[in-house]
Design a protein around this ligand. Structure first.
Ligand code: ADP
Ligand code: MG
Length: 422
C-alpha cells in the first residue's frame, strides 16, 4: 500500500516522500483512512512505528480540506484569526517539541501554521506564534491551561483533539487537567487517542470520552517493539553502578540511555559515570528547561555518551540510532518498561534493552512479564553474580530463623544454577 492509496493530499505525500517515508507503516495504513473519514479513534501500536504521522498527516489533510471557520468578534477583529482548530497534547515538554517539529515539517508545503506551548519557557514567544495564525497547537496540559486562563489561547473552536501517549494523559497525573481542557471546547470535535500501551481501566475511560470510536490494534496491546532484544542481568544493588560502567566501557557502547527511578538518582549516577571517565548528563524534572533540552540535544548530537533519565524521557522521544536502553532501576509500572525500551529499535532498526535487577526488584520483573505475557531472558554476568547471603541478611532483618534462612538460600542457589543462561 502507498501513501497515495490512503487518499492524502499530494502536497503531503510529496513532503513525506522527501523525508524518506516510502510506504505507510501498519498503524498509518489503518488509522489514516479512519481519521479522514471523520471517526474518533483509539489506536494502539508499538513504540517507534510512526504514530505521529498516523495522526498528523490526516489532520493536516482535513484542515487543508475544510476552510477555517471564522468567528464573529466585533470588538477585536484580529481575534477571529487566532482560533486553534486542532490541539495535540503530550505528557512532556520534550515530546511536545518533537511532535511540533514533525507537524511543522509535514506541513512545510501547506498554508497550515502550527505552534507549540509548554512550561519552563516564556509564554510571550508562544503567544506570538499562536497569534501569527496557528491552526494547530501542540502543548502540554499545564501550560495550555495557563494560556487558557489568561486568555491567550481560546479552545472554544477546537475541532480536533489528539492525545499522544493517551494512556498517560488519562491517568491520575493528568486526567483533571484533560477534563478542564475538554470543558473549554465548545464545538463538536473528532478525538484521537494514540499509545503503545492501554490498560483495561484506561480503555474503559477512553470509551466514555470517545464517540463511537474505531479501535485500531496493530499488534496485541501492550506489546514491546519486536526489534528490541531484551536481557535481564540480576546483580546486587550496590554493584549496579560498577557493572554499568563495565558494560559501557568493555563493550564500547557509544550511545546509551539509562533510566533511574529518582531525579536525584539520575544526577548522582551521571556524576559517578563521569568519574569513571564516561561522559554523561542527566535529564529530569528538577532541571531547568534549558538544561533539559541541552542535555537531550547533546546526547542526540553524540556530544555525550550517556543520558541518565527519569521516566520524563520514557515516552515518545525519537532518538535516531539509539542502540542501548538500560534500566538501572527497574520501572515502577510495567507499562513504563514498554515505553522506556521503546526509545530504541525504532522505525525497524534493531536495539538492545538491558535491565539491571537486584533481588528486591524481582516483583517488577514479574509484573513486566505478566504484561508482555512472556518471560524475559536472564543472565548472570561473570564476576557480578548476585550474592545469596545478601538475601540472608535481609531475612535476618525480617526476623526469620537461621535454619529457615539457610534452607531458603540453598534453594535459591539451586534454582538459579540452571539459569545462568536461559
Ligand atoms: P511512535 O510515535 O509510534 O513511537 P514516531 O511517530 O516517533 O513513532 O516515529 C518513529 C520514527 O519512524 C520517526 O523517526 C519517524 O520519522 C519514522 N517514520 C514514521 N513513519 C514512517 C514511514 N512511513 N516510513 C519510514 N519512517 C517512518
Ligand atoms: Mg509517539
Amino acid at each position: 500500500m502507498s501513501f497515495q492509496a490512503l487518499g492524502l493530499q499530494s502536497q503531503l505525500i510529496d513532503t513525506v516522500t522527501a523525508l524518506g517515508f516510502q510506504t505507510p507503516t501498519p498503524v498509518q495504513q489503518q488509522a489514516i483512512p479512519e481519521v479522514l473519514a471523520g471517526h474518533d479513534i483509539m489506536a494502539g501500536a508499538q513504540t517507534g512505528t510512526g504514530k505521529t504521522a498516523a495522526f498528523a498527516l490526516p489532520l493536516l489533510h482535513r484542515l487543508m480540506d475544510t476552510p477555517e471557520r471564522t468567528v464573529e468578534s466585533p470588538d477585536s477583529p484580529e481575534k477571529a484569526k487566532i482560533q486553534i482548530r486542532a490541539l495535540i497534547l503530550t505528557p512532556t515538554r520534550e515530546l511536545a517539541q518533537q511532535v511540533y517539529d514533525s507537524v511543522a515539517s509535514y506541513s512545510e508545503h501547506t498554508s497550515i501554521k502550527s505552534a507549540v506551548a509548554y512550561g519552563g519557557t516564556s509564554m510571550k514567544a508562544q503567544v506570538s506564534a499562536i497569534r501569527a495564525g496557528a491552526e494547530i497547537l501542540v502543548a502540554t496540559p499545564g501550560r495550555l491551561l495557563d494560556h487558557a486562563h489568561v486568555g491567550t489561547v481560546d479552545l472554544s473552536m477546537v475541532e480536533y483533539l489528539v492525545l499522544d501517549e493517551a494512556d498517560r494523559m488519562l491517568d491520575m497525573g493528568f486526567i483533571d487537567d484533560i477534563k478542564r481542557i475538554m470543558r473549554r471546547m465548545k464545538t463538536a470535535r473528532q478525538t484521537l487517542f494514540f499509545s503503545a500501551t492501554f490498560s483495561k481501566q484506561v480503555k474503559k475511560l477512553a470509551y466514555d470520552i470517545l464517540d463511537d470510536p474505531k479501535l485500531i490494534e496493530v499488534t496485541p496491546s501492550n506489546s514491546a517493539a519486536v526489534t528490541v532484544e531484551q536481557m535481564v542481568f540480576p546483580v546486587d544493588k550496590h554493584r549496579k553502578r560498577e557493572l554499568l560502567s563495565y558494560l559501557i566501557g568493555s563493550r564500547n557502547w557509544q550511545q546509551v540511555l539509562v533510566f533511574t527511578k529518582t531525579k536525584q538518582g539520575s544526577d548522582e549516577l551521571a556524576k559517578e559515570l563521569g568519574l569513571d571517565g564516561i561522559k554523561a548528563v542527566s535529564i529530569n524534572g528538577d532541571k531547568s528547561q534549558g538544561a533539559r533540552q541541552r542535555a537531550l540535544n547533546d546526547f542526540k548530537g553524540g556530544k555525550v555518551r550517556v543520558l541518565v533519565a527519569t521516566d520524563v524521557a520514557a515516552r515518545g522521544l525519537d532518538i535516531e540510532q539509539l542502540e542501548y536502553v538500560i534500566n538501572f532501576d527497574m520501572p515502577f509500572k510495567a507499562e513504563d518498561y514498554v515505553h522506556r525500551i521503546g526509545r530504541t529499535g525504532r522505525a525497524g532498526q534493531t536495539g538492545h534493552a538491558i535491565s539491571l535487577m537486584s533481588l528486591d526488584e524481582e516483583w517488577a520483573l514479574k509484573a513486566i512479564e505478566e504484561l508482555l505475557d512472556t518471560r524475559l531472558p536472564q543472565q548472570w554476568l561473570e564476576g557480578y553474580e548476585p550474592d545469596p547471603t545478601i538475601e540472608l541478611s535481609e531475612n535476618k532483618r525480617r526476623g526469620r530463623t537461621a535454619d529457615k534462612r539457610r534452607a531458603k538460600a540453598k534453594q535459591k542457589i539451586h534454582k538459579n544454577r540452571g539459569r545462568h543462561i536461559r
